[in-house]
Structure formats: C-alpha cells, structure tokens
Design a protein around this ligand. Structure first.
Ligand SMILES: *Cc1c(COP(=O)(O)O)cnc(C)c1O
Length: 379
C-alpha cells in the first residue's frame, strides 16, 4: 500500500514527516521467529542482566495473586513520589513521574518546544532527543562531538561546542551523562561549568539513565545543582540498574514550576499500578543496584581485555555497555552474531557504521557473546 499519495499526508507535521522512527534493540522472540532459533540472548538494550530485585519479584507476584487490575492506579503516584523524595532529599512537588524516562523527555519537548523553537544536543546523542524535537516540529541544533581521535573521550559530548551553540533562542539543551550510545561521560566540574553557562530561560536536561554506573570520582552531586540552577531538569530511570525496563518507570527532578508544567501534559495515569509498585520497592533495594553495578564493572573489564586481545578498540565507557570499533563495516559481524543467537546493537543509524554496541550481560551471556564473536571474526 503506497502512503505517499494520501492527501492527508500534507497535513502531517513536517517534523514528523522528516523523522526516522526509533529502532529498538531486536526482541528475543523476533530473532527466534526469523531464524528459527530457540536459544537467543539479547545484549542490545542495556537492560539489567540480573533482572529486578527479588523483593520486586515478590511484590509483583503478590499483586498478581490479588488480581487487582480493575481500579485505576494512583495518578498522583503518592507513594512512589514519597520514596523518591526521601531518597534524594527533595520535595515531592519537584518530582514528575514518567512512563519510562522517555515519557519525561516528551513532556519537556511538549512544554518547551514547538514550531520556531530550537533544541540543542550533541552528535552521537541518545536518538530520542532528535525524535522528541522533530515530533514537536521544532528545530534540532546539533553540536559537534569530540573527534574520533580524541585522546581521552572520542565521540564524547564536546561541552565547549555545546556552549558555543547556546544562543538565547535555544529553548532546551539535552545531555546524557554517561551518554548512550557511546558510554562517554563528563567530569562533574566541567559539567557544572557548562550548566552554569546555560541562559536562565533555557531548560537544561541532564539525562542520568546510567548514573549508577559512574565511578564515585566521576559521579556528580547533580541533586545539589538543582538548588543552584532552576532551569535544570534531571531525568532518571528504573529501566537500567533497577531492572524494570519492561514495566516503564522513570522520573524527573526539577524546580517546582517546571514540574508543574510537565505534570500538566502528563496523561493522568501514565504509570500503571505494577510499575508504581515495582519502582517503589526497587528504590528501597539499593543492595541489588550495587550488585548489578559490581557485576557490570568486573565483566566490563573482562570484555575490554578480550576486545583488545582481538585487536579491536572500545570507546571509553562508564555505562553498562561497550561500543566496539571493528575498523571495518560492522553490519556483517552484526549479522553473524544474530545467526548465532546473539543480539547486539548496530550503530549505522548513529553514523558509526564500523561500530557495534553490546550491553554487559551475565558472565555466561558475555562468554557466549565472546565465543560467537570469535567465530564470526574467524569466518
Ligand atoms: C535507556 C535510556 C533511557 C531510559 O529510557 P526509559 O524510557 O526510561 O526506559 C533514557 N536515556 C538514555 C540515554 C537511555 O539510554
């Protein structure tokens, strides 16, 4: 069926017509269907290989047994907000809950972007930033990233280039620290110096989806920045270290007047009752988070060692994935891994065709990835 001819398409927003839909990591059952494989592992979406906390599993099981799904969830998210407020030492009126942190990025775009508005971000940033911008028919300004041959942070966000692009008419600037798909990060002092340069009328979004994986020395006290910069919005997610990607829960911390605006565009029940419950219990189990971070650290150094031994280079990462340079077209390697039941993320859509990104899995998953990769490279 051809879509181009349909007259209503000329009424679609130009930004939406121009956008490339987000391509998620391939689901396990899709590869199983496609290639008739039964034993598939997914290292493509930076999920927690340990799954959620056992306490979350118990709470979900108990809820499932009660069968209570007929009542609407608490649209205000009172209990979860209370837990988040205690965890960060922040007032509940400064919290916005999201159906994943992706939801929050869209609220920010809906409130602050639109035709004639500008959003700023870096090359090799999270793909959702340009998507949320174009969906609002706003203009995307892309600052150059640090160059591929940069001595310490190749492909990283160039905070000087971002600052140079900060004209007063930029409504929103978005930065992920650490960044996805690169794993690169910014030092706390440099990041704060950048935030201090952002004009007071420009919202600065600090996306901390991977914050728990940062070394203590690189981890900013971004919560304290909120008191100094009323235009700062910090986003956090339960999808990564907390292991709740399938349930969809995230939150933003901001000035109360920003939170008020974001909450106005939120659908009234954007978090379902299981997501609310699981997030509340997950936040209370920081031991599980520490376990995931420790596994990630040891397995990342093992994988990096193996990549070096194979003559491959890896971008510096303080997230739960590594982005590997094969120094040649990586699509055939991606295909070879799929044929062996290993799903990783191709990077062509990010303009990095010689790279693949692999999430750090369990010890067994990583070993399986290594065995498959060595087979593909030897073929
Ligand atoms: C995974 C990720 C998120 C989180 O997405 P959710 O919607 O919370 O699952 C946000 N930002 C970045 C950079 C990510 O990689």
């Amino acid at each position: 069926m051809t879509k181009i001819e349909q007259p209503f398409l000329k009424n679609a927003l130009a930004g939406v017509m121009a956008l490339e839909p987000y391509s998620p990591g391939m689901p396990i059952d899709e590869l199983q269907r496609r290639l008739g494989l039964s034993d598939v592992i997914k290292l493509a979406s930076n999920e927690n290989p340990l799954g959620p906390s056992p306490k979350v599993k118990a709470a979900l099981a108990e809820h499932a047994a009660s069968g209570n799904v007929s009542l609407y969830p608490d649209g205000g998210g009172f209990r979860l907000k209370k837990k988040i407020a205690e965890f960060h030492g922040i007032e509940a009126e400064r919290i916005t809950l999201g159906n994943g942190s992706n939801d929050l990025l869209e609220f920010i775009a809906r409130v602050f972007l639109g035709p004639g508005r500008k959003a700023l971000f870096s090359e090799y940033c999270f793909a959702v930033y340009p998507l949320a911008t174009l969906a609002q028919n706003a203009e995307a300004i892309v600052a150059k990233a640090l160059p591929p041959d940069h001595p310490t942070m190749p492909y990283g966000h160039d905070l000087d280039a971002l600052a140079a692009a900060l004209t007063p008419d930029v409504s929103v600037v978005m930065i992920a620290n650490p960044n996805n798909p690169t794993g690169t990060w910014a030092k706390p002092a440099a990041l704060e110096a950048f935030i201090a340069k952002v004009p007071a009328q420009t919202i600065v979004v600090l996306d901390e989806a991977y914050i728990e994986y940062l070394d203590p020395a690189s981890k900013p006290d971004s919560r304290a920045w909120l008191d100094r910069y009323p235009n700062l919005v910090i986003t956090r997610t339960f999808s990564k270290t907390y292991g709740l990607a399938g349930l969809r829960a995230g939150y933003a911390l901001s000035h109360p007047s920003v939170a008020d605006l974001l909450n106005r565009v939120r659908q009234p029940f954007n978090l379902n009752m299981l997501a609310l419950l699981a997030a509340e219990v997950a936040l209370g189990d920081q031991e599980h988070v520490a376990k995931a971070v420790a596994l990630n650290k040891s397995e990342m150094s093992r994988l990096i060692g193996e990549m070096k031994a194979l003559g491959l280079s890896v971008l510096p990462s303080q997230a739960n994935f590594i982005t590997i340079n094969f120094h040649r077209e990586a699509a055939p390697i991606h295909k070879g891994l799929l044929e062996r039941g290993v799903i990783v993320r191709p990077m062509g859509s990010y303009g990095m065709p010689t790279y693949l990104r692999t999430s750090i899995g369990t010890v067994a998953e990583n070993t399986r990835f290594l065995v498959a990769l060595k087979e593909v490279l030897a073929a």
